[in-house]
Write a protein that binds this ligand. Structure first.
Ligand SMILES: Nc1ncnc2c1ncn2[C@@H]1O[C@H](COP(=O)(O)OP(=O)(O)OP(=O)(O)O)[C@@H](O)[C@H]1O
Ligand SMILES: [Mg+2]
Length: 151
């Protein structure tokens, strides 16, 4: 587990881009945080780093969006857990991309009970009232993330 501070939205995006270099097909990233915490902003950085087709916007009116790679790498599946009702429903979606071949990012609201047991990287974003600063708590779950992050 580790903590970071992102002073600006660009810093949050830059972290997403760095994180992308550690991700591979089949990975699941859970972004937790309240409205405006920066979940979509971080995903924009991830998309940049993964070099997938944009734009990345909040998946408010769709359950999930697929962003295909521009460079022959994994696609990015960007989903909103509010719409989904839970991660397990992701597998039931008839997405035009398999999760094994994609990096999946799920935006997850604050305070949702977390009973997931799979390998996943969880990033909890919090706004610092009165500033632009965001803190991120990074928690790796499962065998996949037992050594933590290098970036
Ligand atoms: N340090 C920062 N990191 C991330 N975003 C920041 C930061 N400072 C300011 N912002 C601004 O805060 C907003 C974050 O919005 P964003 O859509 O990323 O949040 P979200 O967590 O996805 O919200 P929602 O729950 O509505 O999906 C953006 O307008 C962004 O420019
Ligand atoms: Mg969002």
């Amino acid at each position: 587990m580790s903590g970071r501070v992102f002073a600006t939205a660009d810093d949050t995006r830059a972290f997403g881009a760095d994180l992308a270099s550690e991700l591979r097909a089949g990975d699941l990233v859970i972004l937790t945080g309240g409205l405006g915490a920066g979940k979509t902003t971080l995903t924009q950085g991830l998309a940049e780093g993964l070099r997938v087709r944009g734009p990345i916007t909040s998946p408010t009116f769709v359950i999930a969006r697929i962003h295909p790679s521009l460079v022959g790498g994994p696609s990015l599946v960007h989903a909103d857990a509010y719409r989904l009702g839970g991660i397990s429903e992701l597998d039931d979606l008839d997405l035009d991309a398999s999760l094994e071949d994609s990096v999946t990012v799920v935006e997850w609201g604050q305070g949702v009970a977390d009973d997931l047991s799979d390998d996943r990287l969880e990033i909890v974003l919090r706004a610092d009232p009165g500033t632009e600063s965001r803190t991120a708590e990074i928690i790796g779950h499962g065998e996949r993330w037992k050594d933590g992050l290098s970036c």
